[in-house]
Design a protein around this ligand. Structure first.
Ligand SMILES: NC(=O)c1ccc[n+]([C@@H]2O[C@H](COP(=O)([O-])OP(=O)(O)OC[C@H]3O[C@@H](n4cnc5c(N)ncnc54)[C@H](O)[C@@H]3O)[C@@H](O)[C@H]2O)c1
Length: 256
C-alpha cells in the first residue's frame, strides 16, 4: 500500500517505537493519529507532525475510548488505512517469589493491555478499513501491524505474563489475516528484541550492559527508527501477510 495521503492510527504513539513510526509515517505523507494515555507527550509529538498529526487520549483496553477516537479520526481525516499497535507495558514478576504467588491482578493487567488492547483497537480499525476502495493489483484496503516481543519466543524469568501476552499477539496474527483476507486487509506482527526506548532504558545500567555483552551483531540495542523502517516496509509490501517477523539482530534472550 502506498503511504502518501493515507490515514494511520499508531497506539503508544507518544513514545518509543510508536513515536518513531508515527514520525516516519507523517514524513512519508500520511495523516497520523496517536492513541495514547500520556497527554503531555502525545500532544507534543502530534504537534511535531504538523497538520498531519492528531492526538487522542485512549486507553486501548476501553471499547468506548477506541470507538470515540476512531470516530474523531474519521471526522478529521475521512478514512482509515493503517493501524500500528505499539501501546504496551512490560513490568516483571516471578510465578512464585519469596513464598508469595504472582499477583493475578498484575497478570490480568498485562494481558489486558498488551493482548486484549491490541485486539480491541485492530478489530474496530478493521471495520473502517473494510469501507475503503480497493487499491492496486492486490485490491488492498488496509494494513494492521502489531508489536509482540522476542519474549514471545524466549521469555526471561519474571516474564510469564509479558511473554504470554506477546505470544498471544503472535498467535492471533495468522487467523486475523485469514479473517480479513476477503476484505483486502493484511495483518502482520513485529517481534522486537531490545530497543532504545524509555521502556528498555528504564532497566538498570548494569543489566543493560550485561545484555549488550551477550548480543551477536549488531552489539547494541535496536533503534526505534529501525522498527519504524520495518513497519513502513510492511505497509508498502503487499505480499507480507499473516506472519511475525523477529527484529532482533540474531539475539536470543537469556534466562535472566
Ligand atoms: N523497547 C523494547 O525493547 C521492546 C522490546 C520488545 C517489545 N516491545 C514492545 O513494543 C511496544 C512499544 O514499546 P516501547 O519500548 O516503545 O515503550 P514505551 O514505554 O516507550 O511506549 C509505550 C507507550 O504505550 C502507552 N500505553 C501504555 N499503556 C497504554 C494503554 N492502556 N492505552 C494506550 N496507551 C498505552 C504509553 O503511554 C507509552 O507512550 C510495547 O508493546 C512493548 O511491549 C518493546
Amino acid at each position: 500500500m502506498q503511504i502518501d495521503g493515507k490515514v494511520a492510527i499508531v497506539t503508544g504513539g507518544a513514545s518509543g517505537l510508536g513515536q518513531a513510526t508515527a514520525e516516519a509515517l507523517a514524513k512519508a505523507g500520511a495523516n497520523v493519529a496517536l492513541f495514547d494515555l500520556n497527554d503531555q507527550l502525545g500532544e507534543a509529538v502530534a504537534n511535531t507532525l504538523g497538520g498531519n498529526g492528531m492526538y487522542c487520549r485512549v486507553d486501548v483496553t476501553s471499547e468506548a475510548d477506541v470507538k470515540n477516537a476512531i470516530g474523531a479520526v474519521m471526522a478529521r481525516f475521512g478514512s482509515l488505512h493503517v493501524c500500528v499497535n505499539c501501546a504496551g507495558i512490560g513490568t516483571a514478576a516471578k510465578t512464585v517469589s519469596r513464598g508469595e504467588p504472582h499477583s493475578l491482578e498484575h497478570y490480568v493487567r498485562i494481558i489486558n493491555i498488551n493482548l486484549i488492547g491490541t485486539f480491541n483497537v485492530l478489530r474496530l480499525a478493521a471495520v473502517e478499513m473494510t469501507k475503503n476502495s480497493p487499491e492496486g493489483v492486490s485490491g488492498e484496503r488496509g494494513v494492521i501491524i502489531n508489536t509482540a516481543s522476542a519474549a514471545a519466543y524466549d521469555g526471561q524469568t519474571g516474564q510469564a505474563a509479558y511473554a504470554a501476552s506477546k505470544g498471544g499477539v503472535v498467535s492471533m496474527t495468522l487467523p486475523i489475516a485469514r479473517d480479513l483476507a476477503r476484505d483486502g486487509i493484511r495483518c502482520m506482527t513485529i517481534a522486537p528484541g531490545l530497543f532504545e526506548t524509555p521502556m528498555a532504558m528504564s532497566l538498570p545500567e548494569k543489566i543493560r550492559t550485561g545484555i549488550i555483552a551477550q548480543l551477536e551483531y549488531p552489539k547494541r540495542f535496536g533503534m526505534p527508527s529501525e522498527y519504524a523502517g520495518l513497519a513502513m516496509h510492511i505497509i508498502e509490501n503487499a505480499y507480507l501477510n499473516g506472519e511475525c517477523i523477529r527484529l532482533d539482530g540474531a539475539s536470543r534472550l537469556p534466562p535472566r
